[in-house]
Design a protein around this ligand. Structure first.
Ligand SMILES: [Zn+2]
Length: 403
């Protein structure tokens, strides 16, 4: 049952469902696959315009340089789009962080570009749930906060990055810098379940490429002079599986390289992903990997170059973060929304924010589902519903609520 006081009623009254839907639809129509720099530039300009309705300065910042390893072992730079930031009342004593991402998993040439109504309340379209609808949620929640005057009691930064879907490598330093000194953060990934359930603790994720360089030789004449990079890669795979624990699943994903059948191969690239469930498991894996690489180099007389690492630290929920979850639940209850949470194996920018010691709830965006597929949908009335939820949470934090 709803139990809002008159202040709260007045706070959420101006939240305009139609304007929110118009924003989400306009943004979904712009393709923003993480590699579509043109689309991202158009989106950044459109967002800069929309966020200029809030006080403060909107900036578009260049991405941090990011490299990847090609199949031949060479390191190359991967281009990324600019990130949007907005800083409001940076001198305020209590400051909050709001984050979202403008990119989607759907590339420019994806068949999934258009929106389609599935029923009166459900809209199918790229990025509507993940997370263009979510960007509309916090923009309109912040507008309501500013309109109410409550905003004067807080400062906040907004970050909308362009590379979340590929791991936020080009925005990680910015996320870390913007998390500094913040009292709490809200991130607008869609709810974990279509009923509004939030994602609670999250495991982490790391991606690695190991480039193995051995020595070629003739397979028949002088194989003893060769140092087989494929054999070393296979030894690494088996060694990695031995390092796997319940707290740290390891997925060797790909071996590239090799040579003709009559040549001892001198080159291979092994790629793998890990999902550490706790900071301890992550640290234990990293030191065990260093030992495995050292031992394999010695045993197989090859050299091994390591690229990558843990880009999403595990996100446990500490006492302050739990209080933020409790606050969201309480605000939901006063709106007549029942809000629960559950742990998930998925990762997002909330991982990076939490690792800076800032309490974060990272699924404050719309209710929806089937994300990362052509069936992605947004439950349209959840736009206003979740903006009201955010507005109440921000209002309580602005009114001195302690975490
Ligand atoms: Zn997302």
């Amino acid at each position: 049952m709803k139990q809002l006081d008159t202040n709260q009623e007045a706070l959420i009254a101006p939240i305009d469902q139609d304007a929110m839907l118009a924003h989400a639809q306009k943004w979904s129509a712009i393709n923003t696959g993480t590699a579509n720099l043109e689309g991202l530039a158009e989106m950044a300009a459109t967002l800069a315009d929309a966020f200029s309705d809030l006080p403060g300065d909107v900036k578009l910042l260049d991405p941090a340089p990011v490299t990847a390893i090609g199949a031949d072992g060479s390191e190359f730079e991967k281009p990324h789009g600019q990130h949007l930031t907005l800083s409001v009342r940076p001198g305020a004593q209590r400051r909050l962080l709001f984050t979202g991402h403008m990119d989607t998993v759907f590339p420019k040439d994806s068949a999934f570009q258009d929106q389609k109504w599935l029923d009166e309340e459900t809209l199918n379209g790229p990025g509507l749930a993940d997370m263009k609808g979510g960007i509309a949620v916090f923009l309109h929640a912040l507008k309501a906060i500013e309109q109410s005057g409550a905003g004067q009691q807080i400062g906040y930064d907004v970050l909308i990055n362009s590379d979340e879907e590929t791991g936020s490598l080009a925005s990680a330093p910015l996320i870390e810098a913007m998390a500094q000194g913040k009292y709490a953060a809200l991130t607008y990934e869609p709810s974990a379940l279509p009923d509004g359930t939030l994602a609670h603790a999250r495991g982490g994720s790391g991606n690695y490429s190991l480039t193995i360089t051995g020595k070629s030789a003739h397979a028949g004449r002088n194989p003893q002079d060769g140092r087989n990079a494929i054999v070393a890669a296979a030894a690494l795979v088996l060694g990695l599986k031995d390092l796997q624990t319940e707290d740290c699943p390891i997925n060797p994903a790909k071996i590239e390289g090799g040579a003709a059948n009559n040549v001892v191969p001198d080159h291979a690239v092994l790629r793998f992903n890990i999902r550490p469930k706790s900071p301890d498991a992550a640290a234990a894996f990293e030191s065990a990997l260093a030992a495995l690489v050292r031992d394999t180099q010695q045993a197989h007389e090859v050299s091994i170059h390591q690229h990558g690492g843990i880009s999403r630290p595990p996100k446990p929920v500490d006492r302050k973060a739990q209080r933020l979850f409790d606050l969201v639940r309480d605000c939901g209850a006063s709106l007549g929304q029942e809000i629960g949470w559950q742990s998930t194996g998925g990762v997002c920018d909330g991982n990076n924010i939490a690792s800076c010691g800032v309490p974060v709830v990272d699924t404050m965006g719309v209710r929806g589902g089937a994300i990362h597929s052509a069936d992605e949908f947004m439950i349209v009335p959840s736009l206003k519903e979740r903006a009201a939820l955010s507005a109440l949470v921000i209002h309580r934090l602005a009114s001195g609520e302690e975490l």
